[in-house]
Design a protein around this ligand. Sequence first.
Ligand SMILES: NC(=O)C1=CN([C@@H]2O[C@H](COP(=O)(O)OP(=O)(O)OC[C@H]3O[C@@H](n4cnc5c(N)ncnc54)[C@H](O)[C@@H]3O)[C@@H](O)[C@H]2O)[C@H](O)CC1
Ligand SMILES: [K+]
Length: 498
Amino acid sequence: MLHSWDAGAVRAAEEPLLAAGEPLMARASFALATRVASLLRETRGRAGGSRVVLLVGSGHNGGDALHAGALLARRGVAVSAVLTTERVHAEGLAALRAAHGHVLAVDHDDQAVPDAVAAALATADVVLDGLLGLGGRGGVRGPAARLVAHVAQARPRPVVVAVDLPSGVGVDDGTRNGVVLDADLTVTFGAYKPALLLPPAAAAAGRVELVDIGLAPAGPPAVARLEAHDVAALWPVPAPDAHKYVRGVLGVVTGSARYPGAAVLTVAGAVRAGVGMVRYIGSAGPQVLAAHPEVVVGDGRVQAWVVGSGVAPDDDEQRRRVRDALVHAVGHDEPVVVDAGALDLLPDAVPAHVVLTPHAGELAALLTARGEHVARADVEAAPLAHARRAHDLTGATVLLKGGTTVVAGPHGATYAQADGPSWLATAGAGDVLAGVVGALLAGRAADAVADPTLPAALAAAAALVHGRAAGHANPGGPVTAGDVADALPAVVAGVLRA
Ligand SMILES: NC(=O)C1=CN([C@@H]2O[C@H](COP(=O)(O)OP(=O)(O)OC[C@H]3O[C@@H](n4cnc5c(N)ncnc54)[C@H](O)[C@@H]3O)[C@@H](O)[C@H]2O)[C@H](O)CC1
Ligand SMILES: [K+]
C-alpha cells in the first residue's frame, strides 16, 4: 500500500529530527543530486558537461535545489540557478557559489523572462523545480509564474524534475492552482504527500521516487493507494467447504427498457468478479439470462445489492424497485452499491456500507440536490474535497469515478486508485465497476457492516481490479465494457497470486 501524509504530519515528523540536529536537507539534496546525475547519464551518457537549471523559490524547497545544484556542479555539471526572489536559502546559495554554479535572477517588475535566463533554459538538459514545496500556498505567482509558463511552452521541452512536489499543486487536496510545471520525475522526501496520489495534481508529478530521509510520520495516512497484495488480502476467497449462499448472493436492480445493456454489464462485473450468485430484478431479465444463464431472475434472499446502473429516470416501475431495494438494504443492514439512476433516490442519511459510485457530473448533481450548488468542473478541480463532502452529508462511502478513482469513507478512510488506462473511459465501464463493488460487498457483507471503513477499502480494491482488467483486456488499445468484464477472472487470479 502506498501511504501519503499531509503537510502538517510531515512537519510534525520532521520537527524532532531537526531539533536533534539530523541533516535532513543534506540527505534530501544528496539523494536529489544522485537521481538527477543518473537521469543525465541515462539521457546523455554522462552527467559531466550537461546543463542543469534550478528554479529557486524562497523556502527550503529552493534550498534543496541549490544544495543539489552545488553537488552536481562539483561533478562537472554546468549549473545555473534562477532566483525568483531576493530571499532564497542563504546556505544553499553559498554552497552553489562555492561550487562555481552560475547565479541568475529574474526581476520582480520585469514582465518578460530575461534573455540570459531564457538562454539558460533553452539549452538545459534538466530543469529542477525548487519553487514551492511543502510550504506552497496557492499558485505560483509573479516572476516564478512567468518562468513556469516559459518552460511549459518551450519546444523541445526540457526534462523537468520536481523537488519534493510539482510547484503550484495543493499539497493536501491535490488541486492544481494556476500554472503548474508538469514534471517528468518527482523526487519526494520522507513520505508521499497527498498531491502525489490525488487527481488532478498527481498527473503533474510524472514518475515519483520516494527518498528515505529518516522521517516516520505518525497517525493514519491522509490518502492511501492499494496495491495488488493489499487487494489479495481483502478479496473474499471461498473456503474449501463454501457453497454459493455463503459466498454471497447479490441482488441486482439495474437496467431499464431503455438501457437493458446496463443490466447485462452490472451482472457481468459481479459474476466475473466471483460472486456466489446473482438475483436480477427488473425488465432486462431476458437479456441478462441470455448473456448469463447462471443468474436467477426475481426476488429472494441476498447479502448485498447493486442498484441504479442504467435505470432511466422515466422508468417508474424500475425506480420503484430501486427504492424498495434501498429501503430493504438500509433497514436490514445489507450493503448496497448506489449507482447512476439510483443516486437521486438515496435517503438523507445512510450507513457507510452504502457505497455511492457517481462520476463527477453525478456527484455535482447529488451535492447540488443537498444545497451545495456544485458544477461538474468544481468536482473535477477538487475531486477529494467533493467526495468527502458527499460522505459527510450522506454518511455513505463515496467512490468517485475518474481517470484516478477517489474513495472517501468514514474516519478519514481515503483512497486514490490509478490502475486503468484512459481507454477505460468507455460506455458501460461504470456498470461493470458497480457489479465488481457489489460482488465484494456480497462476499464480505457482515465484515462490511461491522467495520465502517471496510467498504471504502473494498471499493478501492474493486477499482484496482477493474482498472487492471481494462489494461489486461487489450494492452495499449481500446476496450469495450464487455472486454473489461471478460478480463476480470484472470486479473483477480493474478491479484490473488501477488
Ligand atoms: N519535510 C522534510 O522533512 C524536509 C523538507 N525539506 C524541503 O523543505 C520544503 C519545505 O520548505 P518550506 O520552506 O517550509 O516551504 P517551501 O519551500 O514550499 O516554501 C515556502 C516559502 O514560500 C512562500 N510561499 C508560499 N506560497 C507561495 C506562493 N504561492 N508563491 C510564492 N511564495 C510562496 C512562503 O511564504 C515561504 O517563504 C520541502 O518541500 C522539502 O523540499 C528539506 O530540505 C528536507 C527535510
Ligand atoms: K517544487
